[in-house]
Design a protein around this ligand. Sequence first.
Ligand SMILES: [Fe+2]
Ligand SMILES: [Fe+2]
Length: 195
Amino acid sequence: MILQIKELSDLATRVLSAERLEHTLKVAEWAEELARHHGLDPVKARCAGLAHDLAKEIPLNNQLRFARRWKLLHYPEDEQSPYVLHGPVAAYWLEHYYGLKDVEVIAAVANHTLGRPGMCRLEMLIYSADLTESSRDFPKVDILRQSLYDDLEKGTLACVEHTLIYLRESKRPIHPLTQLTYDDLQRRQSIGTGS
Ligand SMILES: [Fe+2]
Ligand SMILES: [Fe+2]
């Protein structure tokens, strides 16, 4: 079975609460708009947006159980903060149980919470659209949205930086992948591989 927008939309409607579904639809809409603007595949962007939080409402102990079984745990922090697992768990589930084949969509779902060094543009898009969809309301969110519109890579760097500042200020743990993602995007900007 090849997953399409309709199937993913039905799946999201079936497994998510009304509130999470609303967020999901907004991420999908914003991701599609950014994809059209930046010349990326709008169907892939919408699919990844619809799929990104499909595992978010699975109880954390079950997410942890799936992550152990499917060998998705790579850092001690994954177990200490299991809320970061819903991306990899959803990606594995969609790939192995629902026949999702597109490697970029799978990666975008898997890495939407923490990022990773070497993200492709679709991964950047979903990471950033998740943070800046239309119902997000925090100081500077409009600046981030404009930055993403102007330059996807620079905008994503700004989104990761925003997340790091938020985590530091609220004294929450910083997962090593988020720091590595920031360092990688900064390096890519400084050597001129930015979009
Ligand atoms: Fe998420
Ligand atoms: Fe989300």
